[in-house]
Design a protein around this ligand. Structure first.
Ligand SMILES: Cc1cc2nc3c(=O)[nH]c(=O)nc-3n(C[C@H](O)[C@H](O)[C@H](O)COP(=O)(O)OP(=O)(O)OC[C@H]3O[C@@H](n4cnc5c(N)ncnc54)[C@H](O)[C@@H]3O)c2cc1C
Length: 345
């Protein structure tokens, strides 16, 4: 591994993205502190090249090389308990901590809140970018505030949960403030009571199959159940390159959903408030014949068509073209626009 704060020139990002894409970058730095990040930017970026912040690369598609850019990989890795009372514990977490390591750290200390978000790849600093979520819980449910380094002024700014403007796989860091900050720390508010949320998806059935007594379900049991479900459903990026769900589930007006129902009565949907409906993107993609379909070195996964995979040797452009073909056929068949969840660089 490269030393922290060390900078390398003309470096491959192949081992820094879960698609396994062999993009090159002009300057690559690893930092483990705010001071380290400031020093790297001051010393190596006098020309103000574009700066890209990298976590684990589990939600990125590299569509090109980055010779004229500085890529900074975040290794700020401290976890601290800041305050506790009888019910709540406030935990300040470095942006470079791996998300699932944090989940295990909290479970080992008897804290609940993160168990439904088990096994999501990536770093804590990337979690606010798209307000990560799974199994009925999202980061916004637990986050208190975010500390971030402004990449131009090098000042530290603090964002309350409100400032973050969280939505479904959205935040201010993915829209208005895109590319402007390095998220250095995240403050979470976790619970000391052991209440669990098992209403979503297959969690309840999976716990029953694991022979867990339904009167004594712990957050660790829920975490284990979520890990089992995810391992069965999702392709492991260590085995086959992918970045999880490529598209968001589209949200459409009820009016449109009602008219679509005439032609597609079996179309699944979930109410979003009183005016809108969320349609599973995986279902739309499957209906267009993409499930398990391979095109060259890429394709839609056979178990979960929402996941676009790299069978080996695919380029970012090839994956992007495949994604656009999927979008086009969903648009043509249903008149619904699929929006990317993955960040295209
Ligand atoms: C198999 C698989 C399953 C997944 N399942 C889920 C899921 O259930 N729910 C879900 O929400 N996501 C899921 N994802 C997507 C991904 O894990 C998350 O989006 C995760 O938060 C990305 O973290 P990362 O460190 O890999 O970010 P990266 O991919 O490195 O970066 C993603 C974006 O965030 C920016 N970024 C990263 N770190 C920082 C930082 N410290 N400061 C500022 N900007 C930063 C990058 O510039 C980039 O634009 C899955 C991915 C895979 C491969």
């Amino acid at each position: 591994m490269l030393k922290n704060n060390l900078i390398v020139e003309n470096y491959t990002l192949k081992h820094h993205n879960t698609f396994g894409l062999d993009a090159q970058c002009g300057l690559f730095a690893q930092i483990s502190s705010v001071e380290g990040a400031r020093a790297v930017i001051k010393r190596y970026n006098p020309l103000k090249l574009p700066i890209h912040i990298l976590g684990s690369g589990s939600n990125i598609l590299f569509s090109k090389d980055f010779y004229g850019a500085l890529i900074i990989k975040n290794y700020i890795r401290k976890i601290e308990i800041i305050r506790r009372d009888a019910e709540t514990v406030w935990v300040l977490v470095g942006g470079g901590v791996l998300w699932h390591d944090l989940v295990l750290w909290t479970l080992n200390r008897g804290l609940s809140g993160l168990e439904n978000l088990s096994l999501i790849p990536g770093t804590v600093g990337a979690a606010p970018i798209q307000n990560i979520g799974a199994y009925g819980v999202e980061l916004a449910d637990l986050l208190l505030n975010v500390e971030a380094l402004h990449l131009e002024t090098l000042d530290i700014h603090h964002f309350t949960k409100n400032d973050c403007a969280f939505g479904y796989r959205e935040s201010v860091f993915k829209s208005k403030l895109k590319g402007q900050y390095l998220i250095t720390k995240v403050m979470l508010q976790l619970s000391r009571n052991r209440e669990v949320n098992i209403e979503y998806g297959d969690i309840r059935n999976t716990l029953a199959n694991m022979n867990i007594d339904s009167n004594h379900i712990t957050p660790t049991d829920v975490s284990n159940a979520v890990c089992n479900i995810r391992k069965a459903k999702l392709p492991d990026p260590a085995m086959i390159g992918n970045a999880g769900s490529f598209f968001k589930n589209p949200v459409i007006l009820n009016q449109k959903w009602e008219s679509l129902q005439n032609d597609f009565p079996e179309m699944p949907h979930y109410a979003v408030g009183t005016l809108e409906a969320k349609i599973p993107a995986a279902w739309l993609i499957e209906q267009c014949g993409w499930k398990g379909k391979r095109v060259g070195n890429t394709g839609c996964h056979a178990r979960q068509p929402l996941v676009i995979v790299n069978y080996g040797g695919a380029t970012g452009l090839e994956i992007m073209t495949h994604a656009e073909n999927v979008q086009r056929s969903v648009r043509d068949k249903f008149g619904i626009e699929l929006m990317q969840e993955v960040n295209v660089w």
